[in-house]
Design a protein around this ligand. Structure first.
Ligand code: HSE
Length: 438
């Protein structure tokens, strides 16, 4: 602190960083009032310091992160450069310099959160990352503080704004996948590597963080079976709608009766009237089933400069308040004690119990439906609904089957047989249907 002013250093200044600069300027008086002291951005390290940036003077900019990390006047380092390296080293170095850190970097926290939380604990500084999950929605604070007394039976979330925007535009505007993705990138929703948005990687990072916070276990990214939306077609969306569903990329955590935790990120069919099905565009939403509180639903903008900046600045305010009272780490993100780290077993996807939506392209010939039904029946997968329509141009038919609830492993075994049937076109597609039965 310098002259009663809390000094901030930033590393990175893209869409989100600029959002932080704008918000600190636009809400300056409110923020001062809420903290009880003024904030100032002393230095920002960026790749290109010559680029003109709104509300930032050239003297605040350099391309040297060490200027942020080693300046003794800087109290809080805001990391908004994204990616794991070199961000990991910068955050670690800031912590070792006894600086508090606020980051929006979900990949970093999901992959290396444990080591960074432990370092922050050792150095007695705050490591805050509300902006890493669901942009402007204060979901981490809610789990960590407001619902601290409860246990969570399940968490369901639309946690990637880009993929939700793509699916919404495909359904409402009839755009193809590439056009919708380009538009999401133009709006500043997508990651620097948009593959992470569409392949489920970003949602995986967010579920890793959410479930580590919510359950007594340190979840790692590779424990979450993850599928993206790259293979979802306009046909899937249209036929899903015809059968009464919207497709959403859903991140799910379920605490089963056995106490085991089941985690997954998958494109999922959700009934049209379900609250999660009605979350459009870049909005995110999380539905939590608390053992005591019951159902809780929260929704808001999940990507983009302004909503993400709102969570970052809230973390800066929180840290500043602790700093002024000389009491950092008021609430640790999660326990780093060994006995709490792997207290819950995580079970594989093969046990997931759900109804499924199956889409197949098949030759229109006698007996093919009977063979499909026989393969399903052999693995005790029962059919609830069946719909077929002719594709005149392709000279085949599309078959949609809604199954009754079964285990993923039963369905996969049946699909192995179905794929081999003569007359079967491309690989059958299967999407789980939510809400899943008990
Ligand atoms: N690319 C991310 C998304 C940004 O679309 O949700 C917010 O984390």
């Amino acid at each position: 602190m310098n002259g009663g002013e809390i000094q901030i250093g930033m590393i990175g200044c893209g869409v989100v960083g600029q959002g932080v600069v704008d918000l600190l300027a636009n809400h300056r008086e409110t923020i001062h009032h809420r903290i009880g002291a003024p904030l100032a951005i002393k230095h920002i390290a960026v790749k290109n310091p010559r680029k003109t940036r709104n509300g930032i003077s050239p003297s605040q900019l350099s391309n040297d992160p060490q200027k942020v990390l080693t300046d003794p006047d800087i109290d809080i380092v805001v990391e908004v450069m994204g990616g794991i390296d070199p961000a990991r080293g910068f955050v670690q170095s800031a912590i070792q310099q006894h600086k508090h850190v606020v980051t929006a970097n979900k990949a970093l926290i999901a992959e290396h959160g444990h080591e960074l939380v432990a370092s922050a604990q050792e150095q007695d500084v705050d490591l805050m990352f509300e902006a890493a999950v669901c942009g402007g929605i204060p979901i981490l604070r809610m789990i960590r503080e407001n619902l601290a007394s409860d246990e969570f039976e399940s968490i369901r979330g639309i946690v990637n704004g880009t993929s939700n925007y793509i699916l919404t535009q495909m359904e409402s505007q009839g755009w193809d996948f590439d056009r919708a993705l380009k538009d999401a990138q133009k709006r500043g929703y997508a990651e620097a590597d948009p593959a992470l948005d569409v392949n489920g990687g970003d949602a995986n990072h967010k579920l890793t963080i959410l479930s580590t916070l919510a359950y007594k276990t340190l979840v790692s990214t590779d424990q979450i079976p993850t599928e993206g939306i790259e293979d979802i077609t306009l046909e899937d969306i249209e036929l899903g709608h015809r059968m009464g569903y919207h497709i959403k990329l859903l991140a799910c955590a379920d605490r089963g009766a056995s106490g085991a935790l089941s985690l997954r990120v998958q494109p999922t069919m959700i009934p049209l009237n379900h609250p999660l099905a009605e979350v459009p565009g870049v909005l995110n939403a999380v539905q939590i089933q608390g053992a005591v509180t019951g159902p809780i639903f929260i929704s808001g903008e999940g990507a983009g400069g302004a909503p993400t900046a709102s969570s970052i600045v809230s973390d800066i305010i929180d840290t500043s308040r602790s700093l002024l009272r000389g009491k950092p780490r008021r609430v640790a993100p999660w326990s780093v004690d060994q006995e709490h780290l792997n207290a819950v077993r995580i079970q594989g996807l093969e046990n997931h119990h759900s109804k499924y939506f199956l889409r197949m392209h098949v030759e229109d010939k006698p007996g093919i439906l009977a063979q499909i039904a026989q393969a399903l029946g052999h693995y005790e997968v029962s059919i609830e609904q069946l719909y077929q329509r002719e594709n005149a141009q392709a000279g085949n038919i599309t078959v949609i089957i809604i199954t009754r609830a079964c285990r993923e492993r039963q369905l996969q075994s049946a699909l192995v047989q179905i794929e081999k049937l003569e007359g079967m076109g491309d690989a059958p597609k299967r999407l789980p249907i939510e809400p899943s039965p008990e």
